[in-house]
Write a protein that binds this ligand. Structure first.
Ligand SMILES: Cc1ncc(COP(=O)(O)O)c(C=O)c1O
Length: 372
């Protein structure tokens, strides 16, 4: 493995990497708040009070105020009765597969994130992949019957494409099925209340314990570590559903919970997200400006409102060249050669935050335009 790059500052529109301050369009901090002073201060205060961690599980004596606070705030943000907060978004699908119970057949999008595909193996049933974002293939495979669990990303991490949820529900209509989406990249970004893709589609009330749609149960999990500015996995839902998520593994009684410092900082970040809805408005304006600019350059950006998206420009060598040339001009736009759900050639992955100025976005577009 080649030597990893070193981030040497808080991440933001200007980030120091390997000793150079770049105009930065990478990462997943889509609302740009995880580096805010208030967030850092909340973490420092909890570190002072509790030390690094509670040294016992939540079922023992390790449930601290910050843990109760973040679950209360997450439930408020998501408009649900309860929320379960745990180690990371990476294990969220593991938690969900346990909560949803064994299925006879588990159909996984072949382009789903690594953590989705890994968790599918824990679901008890036969695991079969269906073609990326292909409802017809899903329908064909799900006809085998029995209890079916379908697993996919709601938003592609590097592509920015959306799961065709309505088409999936139609394909599963009449079956004993659950659709489980990982909305790591939609939470905090999409939908009128920022609750993600299912919020944008008007299906939030049907999710995680809500009424099934055409007999299909809808479930979602995600992370606070991306747009929501914090850290850790999150499952919001009805009291009954979240209770099942808490009991689905021995995380509650067999693990050290999230350190209070991380939890308190993440809780403060969630508070900021709720208090400043204009962050999402500004994010949306920035993504639209960037997408419009790319189209003017003759490039194709997905028609979504996600904060991040991938664009394939020519072949791998050309994209590597663009990435390198931009870097030499002080702009860091990641080239992703391989990741779940992206084309074989790779993508230039764009991510903006509300903290990027119009001038910074225009500078990226202008430098990029000169390289095409
Ligand atoms: C779809 C998806 N799920 C989960 C994760 C992991 O979330 P976390 O960073 O909170 O562990 C990622 C991270 O990149 C992701 O893209």
């Amino acid at each position: 493995m080649s030597r990893p790059h070193l981030m040497q500052s808080r991440s933001g529109p200007e980030t120091v990497i390997d000793g150079v301050t770049y105009l930065y369009f990478g990462g997943t901090s889509y609302l740009g708040i995880q580096s805010r002073d208030e967030v850092v201060a909340a973490g420092c205060a909890a570190l002072e009070k509790y030390g690094l961690h509670t040294g016992t599980s939540r079922a023992g004596y390790g449930t601290s105020d910050p843990l109760l606070d973040i679950e209360r705030r997450a439930a408020e943000f998501f408009g649900t009765e309860d929320a379960f907060y745990f180690g990371s978004g990476y294990v969220a699908n593991h938690v969900m597969v346990g909560a949803l119970g064994d299925a006879d057949l588990i159909l996984v999008d072949e382009g789903a994130h690594f953590c989705v595909r890994e968790a599918a193996r824990l679901g008890g049933g036969e695991v079969v992949t269906f073609k990326h974002r292909d409802p017809a293939d899903l329908k064909r495979l799900s006809a085998r019957g029995g209890k079916v669990l379908v697993m996919a990303d709601a938003v592609g991490p590097s592509s920015g494409t959306l799961a065709p949820v309505a088409e999936y529900l139609a394909a599963l209509d009449g079956l004993e099925a659950t659709l489980l989406l990982d909305d790591a990249h939609g939470f905090g970004v999409l939908g009128p209340d920022g609750r993600g893709l299912l919020d944008a589609l008007g299906l939030w009330e049907n999710t995680n314990g809500g009424a099934a749609v055409g007999g299909v149960e809808i479930a979602v999990c995600g992370t606070l570590a991306k747009a929501l500015g914090g850290f850790g996995g999150i499952v919001p839902g009805t009291r009954e559903f979240v209770g099942r998520a808490r009991r689905s593994s021995h995380y509650f009684d067999g693990a050290s919970p999230q350190p209070p410092a991380i939890t308190a900082a993440a809780a403060r970040a969630l508070e900021i997200v709720m208090a400043e809805p204009e962050l999402r408005t500004r994010l949306r304006a920035n993504t639209l400006r960037l997408r419009a600019g790319l189209r003017e350059l003759g490039l194709s950006a997905p028609e979504t409102e996600t904060a991040q998206f991938g664009v394939t420009v020519g072949d791998t060598d050309q994209m590597r060249g663009i990435h390198q040339a931009l870097k030499e001009h002080g702009i860091l736009l990641p080239f992703v050669p391989a990741y779940s759900g992206i084309p074989r050639e790779g993508v230039l992955r764009f991510a903006v935050t509300p903290a990027h100025t119009d001038a910074q976005i225009d500078r990226l577009l202008s430098e990029l335009g000169s390289l095409l």
